[in-house]
Design a protein around this ligand. Structure first.
Ligand SMILES: *[C@@H]1O[C@H](CO)[C@@H](O)[C@H](O)[C@H]1NC(C)=O
Ligand SMILES: *[C@@H]1O[C@H](CO)[C@@H](O)[C@H](O)[C@H]1NC(C)=O
Ligand SMILES: *[C@@H]1O[C@H](CO)[C@@H](O)[C@H](O)[C@H]1NC(C)=O
Ligand SMILES: *[C@@H]1O[C@H](CO)[C@@H](O)[C@H](O)[C@H]1NC(C)=O
Ligand SMILES: *[C@@H]1O[C@H](CO)[C@@H](O)[C@H](O)[C@H]1NC(C)=O
Ligand SMILES: *[C@@H]1O[C@H](CO)[C@@H](O)[C@H](O)[C@H]1NC(C)=O
Ligand SMILES: *[C@@H]1O[C@H](CO)[C@@H](O)[C@H](O)[C@H]1NC(C)=O
Ligand SMILES: *[C@@H]1O[C@H](CO)[C@@H](O)[C@H](O)[C@H]1NC(C)=O
Ligand SMILES: *[C@@H]1O[C@H](CO)[C@@H](O)[C@H](O)[C@H]1NC(C)=O
Ligand SMILES: *[C@@H]1O[C@H](CO)[C@@H](O)[C@H](O)[C@H]1NC(C)=O
Length: 463
């Protein structure tokens, strides 16, 4: 009755009555229809069972997979998804969900039967000692392929050549696979997302040229790939992506000659991660044209120079240059950075350089939330006062040679972390500390502070 009440059209009512009659007359009929129209395809079911056979499932991850009658519909198995019109399996998502629960064994090529598979995620599987599942290069309907950290071995060269319609490829964290070449990228012209981080690409000396051949690439993750910038691309870059927004090349052996190549992506780059490489020389000019950058990480290199090339980066929110060879006066460095970067910067990390001089009025960076100037050679004093109220949440000035007293910090009213230990501060601690009601961490040890700390210093520091 309920069903009939909701069905407004006569046609539906008619169909319902016919179905009810059929159900009464032939109880097997309905489930038969269901099996054909909505259930899974028998051939694919067999293929999945075969796939399960070759796996070692110590944790019962595939307990819903089986040949028993009540488990007939493989579209309802854990990790399997089907097209609800054709019944073909289109998704297989068996990524590791728990650190200590995973699938192991062998990835059976019976998956080749699943020719309609568009999403395959085996990320984090423990297929130790087995070869890379090369046959996956024949699943031409794949749109998402995630085989990250699957603990396989073997040699990969052009077995993935035919995945020319694949937009998303993650093969990261497979350090034991020998990437003989990544030339297959030149045929993966649908790629938008590529992650090969943690793979050993030391033999792929033409990686820049290959990346230039992927015309719609948006995200390129190549950290910890043992990459060097030895051979600059010889071909013209006419096909290189106009939409590459994210490049991560951190933890490689890349030298400054790579800047020329990166300049090809100046107009689109938003996030650029180059930390822990072999970048040397001056940062002046290299980034001047990358006006869309939001995050730039150059930490742990050997760069020199100043911040003047960042002046007109009106979108730059995060700038990391820690652990480089910046020298000179901090106040001069900040002077060089005048321009709209003053209002866009939110995080500035200059820790571990050789900057000296005093700390200028940092509140000129009106959006700054985190400033790290620790482990430099700052040898002047703090400003007597800050000119305007600031958003600063974290200020690290520790391990310098700052002199003078801990002055009025009332304007830094959002501070949660103030690290100023291991300097040469002396004099009394200003009671203005007590106005930092958001403060959670205060390190002032290793100085020569004097006087009496009283309740007035602490009464508002409830956090
Ligand atoms: C079938 O799948 C499509 C696309 O995934 C979805 O929009 C639709 O709601 C589904 N229909 C049913 C009956 O589940
Ligand atoms: C695969 O699963 C992992 C979770 O382990 C997830 O982070 C990743 O985004 C998934 N890959 C795809 C292509 O959805
Ligand atoms: C790619 O597909 C073509 C045509 O189907 C086939 O001849 C070739 O062997 C395939 N290449 C690889 C590397 O799978
Ligand atoms: C990468 O592989 C090469 C040999 O092809 C080897 O010499 C090098 O040590 C490997 N790098 C890493 C980081 O494992
Ligand atoms: C650019 O792409 C076109 C069509 O995909 C191709 O014919 C041409 O060889 C490519 N050019 C370069 C320099 O790779
Ligand atoms: C693109 O990269 C090539 C190779 O590094 C370089 O010669 C060329 O100048 C770059 N083009 C632009 C517009 O920066
Ligand atoms: C920035 O762009 C201008 C104009 O396109 C060009 O002349 C200059 O060489 C570029 N600078 C860098 C560092 O790429
Ligand atoms: C950068 O600084 C380190 C440590 O002070 C030094 O060993 C290195 O030679 C310097 N590099 C350059 C290019 O100045
Ligand atoms: C700080 O150090 C620099 C360079 O070592 C030196 O030139 C300057 O005189 C010092 N300033 C103070 C106030 O000690
Ligand atoms: C420092 O504090 C002590 C004790 O609270 C006080 O007697 C002295 O005048 C203070 N010195 C300065 C320079 O404010």
């Amino acid at each position: 009755m309920l069903l009939i009440k909701h069905d407004k059209s006569f046609h539906n009512l008619y169909v319902l009555i016919v179905l009810l009659l059929l159900m009464k007359l032939a109880p097997g009929f309905i489930s038969g229809v269901k099996g054909a129209t909505f259930g899974c395809i028998e051939r694919e079911r067999q293929a999945l069972l075969k796939f399960k056979e070759d796996l070692i499932d110590d944790f019962g991850i595939l307990s819903t997979w089986g040949s028993e009658e009540e488990k007939r519909d493989c579209c309802k198995w854990r990790g399997v998804g089907c097209n609800n019109r054709t019944g073909h399996a289109t998704r297989l998502d068996l990524h590791r969900e728990n650190y200590d629960q995973y699938l192991s064994g062998k990835i059976s090529n019976s998956l080749l039967e699943l020719q309609y598979l568009s999403y395959l995620n085996l990320s984090g599987g423990n297929f130790q000692g087995n070869n890379f599942p090369y046959f996956i290069g024949s699943l031409k309907n794949l749109r998402y392929l995630d085989l990250s950290s699957i603990d396989v071995t073997g040699t990969l060269s052009n077995q993935l050549w035919n995945l020319s319609r694949l937009p998303y490829l993650d093969l990261s964290g497979n350090n034991d696979v020998n990437f003989k070449s990544i030339d297959f990228l030149s045929n993966l012209f649908s790629l938008k997302y590529l992650d090969l981080s943690g793979d050993n690409l030391s033999q792929a000396t033409d990686w820049m040229e290959m990346v230039n051949k992927v015309p719609f690439l948006e995200v390129l993750q190549l950290s910890e790939c043992d990459l060097s910038s030895s051979s600059p691309p010889s071909l013209s870059s006419t096909n290189s992506s106009k939409s590459l927004a994210v490049i991560d090349l951190s933890y490689n052996r890349i030298a400054s000659s790579t800047f020329n190549w990166m300049a090809n992506f100046s107009n689109s780059l938003v996030d650029l991660h180059l930390s822990n490489n072999e970048l040397q020389g001056s940062i002046r000019e290299a980034f001047a044209n990358m006006t869309s950058l939001r995050t730039l990480d150059l930490s742990s290199n050997q760069l020199q120079g100043d911040l003047s090339s960042f002046r007109q980066m009106c979108n730059l929110n995060e700038l990391y240059i820690s652990g480089n060879n910046l020298t000179g006066e901090l106040s001069q460095l900040f002077q060089d950075a005048h321009g709209c970067v003053e209002s866009s910067l939110e995080i500035l990390d200059l820790y571990g350089n050789q900057l000296h001089g005093s700390v200028p009025d940092i509140t000129r960076f009106t959006s700054l939330r985190e400033l790290d100037l620790s482990w430099n050679q700052l040898n002047g004093s703090l400003p007597q006062r800050f000119s305007q109220r600031s958003e600063l949440v974290s200020l690290h000035l520790n391990d310098n040679q700052l002199t003078g007293s801990l002055t009025d910090v009332t304007m830094l009213s959002s501070l949660r972390e103030l690290w100023i230990e291991n300097n040469r501060l002396d004099g009394n601690v200003s009671q203005s500390i007590g106005s930092l009601s958001q403060l959670e961490e205060l390190f002032v040890g290793g100085n020569s502070l004097q006087g009496v700390m009283s309740e007035a210093h602490f009464s508002n520091l409830s956090k």
